[in-house]
Ligand binder design. Sequence first.
Ligand code: SF4
Length: 307
Amino acid sequence: MARHVYGPVPSRRLGRSLGVDLVPLKTCSFNCVYCQLGATPRTTLKRAEYVPTDEVVEQVRARLAEGPPVDYITLAGSGEPTLNYSFGSVAERIREFAEAPIALLTNGSLFHLPEVRGACRAIDVVIPDLDAGDEQTFQLINRPHPDLTLEKLVGGLRALRDEFAGEIWLEVFLALGLNTADADVEKLQGQIERIRPDRVDLNTAVRPAAEQFVRPVPPERLEEIRRMLGPKAEVIADVEALEQTPQMEATGRDVLELLSRRPCTLQDIATGLSIHRNEAVKHIQQLLQEGEIAEAREGGRPFYRAR
Ligand code: SF4
């Protein structure tokens, strides 16, 4: 019989968390650049009973009976747990015998469906992802199933907020240069205001990600972003581990990648990649010489854009 329950594992937010795996590796509607499970071979929106509900519930019951005690029971999976159409009844049945609160770790992509929001009745905390404030960044970071858009994701989370009695803790994954410029953070803030979560937890790459170009955000920039996002925001990344992770220097390719997504000022580039302005100048000059980027002026300020 497959094992569907793991832990309890220590979690900064959830204490001793007993994980419940509701989908096989790797069944997901996203293919995030930062996924620790590796690439999604094919994104899917197919909802099914991917693992037998009775088996899952009995394994949770047995694990709780044998101890040790847990602080949370966390529905998750080797992919997106709401793709399992029985996730709501799994939660309801666990609720009948478990005292610990139930959390749902999700990418949030299916909350536009009323039946997915309705299945959250027995859940105490929903922890969805939101990593982008605009469609282009959403496609770049989350690489979703073609039928998904940022507006669908945010609209679903707004509807969940209106209908769900429990707490919503939004998790934002920050990847240096992909969603960390001031303009990115402002757009994220706009979406967060629409969703009205109870908490906003900021994470970054402290462990190997699916793509090598995903780089951690230095603690100082994380702290700046936390301040920009207001009092509900908190850094949950393991900052100690981050301080031990050697920071790579930005390359010309990083600058070019940033500029191919949107035009930036010198300061945008320095902030977005957490590098000194002098280092940004060095890369800009090189890229201008190579003809990879062009300079334009708007309101008297120089902007750079990829050609
Ligand atoms: S949503 Fe989660 S499981 Fe799916 S690709 Fe992104 S990080 Fe991985």
